[in-house]
Design a protein around this ligand. Structure first.
Ligand code: GDP
Length: 325
């Protein structure tokens, strides 16, 4: 059987020249779970790493239907007009479970898809969020090496995926709707604390008054949160992705944030903390999965679980025994 081989040098050269299909191919390699690809994936990442890090990484989240795709299309055109190259990557926490991706349909980003200054890649499939997050982080590195200087990471507003995206971006933007009944009650405190900006979206037509009202409510609620250590206070804006309203202001505020955090050193701080977070996160994930995958542990766990429920031993004692074994 012929051994498949990939010319990593040539592939990387094409990536650096901005060749989109080379970039796609490299991301596919990195996403692959096939054993034969892993050495190539490592090699291409190793080449890209020294050329990565120079982009601005923007995280965007919001519930399905809030207008993420439309907003990104609109913001993307502003970014491209101001000379930036935009890559859009998505983390879809549901894709591994339902096999159907909510973020998979990117046809709504018609303009971005057509532009050669944009690159759009839907979520990689994965069995764990940690796995998907790792692949997304590696895709960021490859996009940066290909010269994309503005990376947008999109996710839907469910659970841990938001924390994962927050942990790999420089700026975290939360999209909300006015008067959707979830103004402040439904919003998790944690996500408000993570947000660097809240945009009340679909602020057009009859929605405009409600959007202004929601903006004030969010601003008031934010005052109750403790100040962030880097000193940037969360901004609240209104916008319409559909009608391209307020989008320039969003970009302006993001630029302001970039200048502010660059000067104060908190930009680099956040990046460094993220690197260390992922280092430890990966160690934890691997230790855990190696532990739980051992056949002898799987047998013993069942036995000890029963004993805990029968109050024969305490949960702590059971854990200790498992770890010692
Ligand atoms: P996503 O699921 O968050 O990506 O949301 P989409 O971008 O697909 O938008 C969902 C629906 O809301 C679509 O029917 C859009 O046309 C509509 N929509 C998106 N943005 C706006 C907006 O700014 N104003 C209005 N009125 N409708 C919008």
């Amino acid at each position: 059987r012929q051994k498949a081989s990939i010319d990593i040098e040539a592939l990387f050269e094409s990536i650096q020249q901005g060749n989109i299909s080379a970039l796609s191919q490299a991301i596919t390699l990195v996403e692959s779970t096939a054993g034969k690809d892993s050495a190539f994936a490592k090699a291409i990442l190793g080449k890209a790493l020294p050329y990565s890090g120079d982009s601005f990484r923007l995280g965007i989240t919001g519930v399905p239907g809030v207008g993420k795709s439309t907003f990104i299309e609109s913001l993307g055109s502003t970014l491209i007009e101001s000379g930036r190259k935009v890559a859009v990557l998505a983390i879809d926490p549901s894709s591994s479970i339902t096999r159907g991706s909510i973020l998979g349909d990117k046809t709504r980003m018609e303009e971005l898809v057509k532009s050669e200054k944009a690159f759009i890649r839907p979520s990689p499939a994965g069995t764990t969020l940690g796995g998907v997050a790792r692949k997304t982080r590696e895709a960021i590195v490859l996009c940066e090496a290909a010269g994309f200087d503005f990376i947008i990471i999109e996710t839907v507003g469910v659970g841990q995926s938001e924390t994962a995206v927050h942990s790999m971006t420089d700026f975290f933007l939360l999209l909300k709707l006015a008067g959707a009944g979830d103004d402040l009650q439904g919003i998790k405190r944690g996500i408000m604390e993570m947000a660097d900006m809240i945009v009340i979206n679909k602020a057009d037509g009859e929605n405009q008054t409600a959007a202004k009202h929601a903006k004030r409510e969010f601003q008031n609620a934010l005052h109750l949160l403790p100040e962030k250590e880097h000193g940037w206070s969360t901004k609240v804006l209104t916008a319409s992705g559909l009608n391209h309203l307020g989008i320039e202001e969003v970009y302006q505020k993001i630029t302001e944030f970039q200048n502010y955090t660059n000067e104060s050193g908190s930009f680099e701080n956040r990046r460094n903390n993220q690197e260390l977070f992922w280092l430890h996160q990966t160690i934890e994930d691997q230790l855990k999965s190696e532990f739980y995958n051992r056949p002898e542990i799987q047998l013993l766990i069942e036995k000890l679980e029963r004993q805990v429920l029968e109050k024969k031993i305490t949960a702590f004692e059971a854990a200790e025994r498992l770890l010692k074994s």
